[in-house]
Design a protein around this ligand. Structure first.
Ligand SMILES: Cc1cc2nc3c(=O)[nH]c(=O)nc-3n(C[C@H](O)[C@H](O)[C@H](O)COP(=O)(O)O)c2cc1C
Length: 352
């Protein structure tokens, strides 16, 4: 039987270090530890700019790579550059311990092949397990610049990007274990998956993640898993299917039904957390602690950092009934401290 392979999708504004760390934590509240975790997409142009102006891009790259020594020196450097107080940085560094055995992938987007090569070097230095190239982002602004899904319309540039990334990886002594993958859709305006995927198939990628919709479909209708299964049959490259997965059971079923290398879960990432109340609340507490510790220093204020965590709060508490209006109160809360108090109160009502 094929190994189960379930990944967490790259999601801008969602899969930051705090969420990735939570899902990779192996804590009691975890239902299934993801086999691969992707960062949010990172713009290669932003990474190329001066480190201060590339603030957002660097936050996205914060990770818990497997090579701890390398990571620690990178973080020390980062904390100094951002003037984050030493007590914050010390508590971060002392909490730093990655027992995660899965793969950590950094996702890049853009259209300049040389900048992809430059960004890949940074990603190798940070200790990631691989680079994923975004050829599927449906944001109109990005596609208009021929980035993300726009690369489906400019296949010669898409191939040049893959080649540049490969060259850097091959010349870096990182070895065969470093993964180069692409995440894409069935097509741009129309489904041209046979043509588009057979081109990607020739590029010797570690795997391709295929979302069962075209760019034009955005998130409308249902992801077309029949098409993912059909297209996969004619390809040598391993395929990870993506779109509308609702649970770990659903992911396992789709992987086996369509004979895939793996399945990716995006919006329903709370599927990785056990569904009971205590697990959800503990996961949320753990996430917010990590958010405060690892990310808040990069925001203008701690309050604006807390506000940025609210999307994840909504997902973690989905379908969870609370007599104390927990979700509403957490969305109204202004600080991490307020949120911790509210979650503590709720946990005590669960335990009593
Ligand atoms: C808020 C949000 C942000 C996303 N950001 C990215 C991204 O940075 N890179 C990417 O390749 N896809 C991105 N996606 C798409 C997801 O990775 C995934 O392909 C899509 O949500 C379909 O999977 P799902 O139905 O399981 O959510 C994003 C999706 C959402 C909802």
């Amino acid at each position: 039987m094929q190994k189960i392979n379930i990944s967490v999708a790259p999601m801008d504004g969602i899969t930051d270090i705090a969420l990735r760390k939570t899902l990779a934590s192996g804590e009691n509240f975890i239902k299934y530890t993801p086999d691969i975790i992707f960062t949010e997409f990172i713009n290669v142009e932003a990474l190329h700019r001066d480190i201060r102006s590339a603030n957002r891009a660097m936050i996205k790259l914060l990770t818990t790579p497997n090579d701890e020594k390398k990571a620690l020196s990178t973080y020390k450097e980062l904390f100094e550059k951002y003037n984050i107080s030493s007590s914050d940085s010390d508590s971060f560094l002392s909490s730093f311990k990655s027992a995660y055995k899965g793969k950590q992938m950094a996702q890049l987007y853009g259209k300049n092949p040389k900048l992809f090569a430059e960004a890949t070097s940074k990603i190798i230095e940070l200790g990631y397990d691989g680079v994923d190239i975004n050829m599927g982002c449906p944001a109109k602004k990005i596609a208009r610049r021929m980035e993300g899904a726009g690369l489906i319309k400019t296949p010669e540039i898409a191939i040049e990007i893959i080649d540049q990334v490969k060259n850097i990886v091959n010349s870096s002594n990182i070895g065969k274990d470093f993964t180069i993958s692409v995440k894409t859709r069935l097509g741009f305006e129309t489904d041209i998956a046979e043509e588009w995927l057979s081109l990607l198939d020739k590029q010797d990628l570690s795997y391709i993640t295929l979302h069962g919709r075209t760019f034009a479909q955005g998130y409308t209708g249902n992801a077309n898993w029949e098409r993912i299964g059909e297209v996969r049959k004619n390809l040598q490259t391993k395929i990870i299917g993506n779109g509308d997965i609702i649970s770990i059971e659903d992911a396992k079923e789709k992987q086996s039904q369509y004979d895939l290398f793996g399945v990716m879960i995006g919006r329903n990432y709370n599927a990785f957390i056990k569904p009971d109340r205590l697990s959800r609340l503990s996961a949320l507490y753990y996430y917010l602690k990590n958010h405060q510790l690892l990310i808040s220093g990069f925001f203008r204020s701690s309050d604006s950092a807390y506000a940025s965590a609210k999307k994840v709060i909504v997902t973690f508490l989905k379908f969870l009934e609370s007599k104390n209006n927990l979700q509403y109160n957490l969305l109204c809360a202004k600080s991490y401290e307020e949120a911790f108090k509210l979650i503590d109160q709720e946990i005590s009502t669960v335990c009593n």
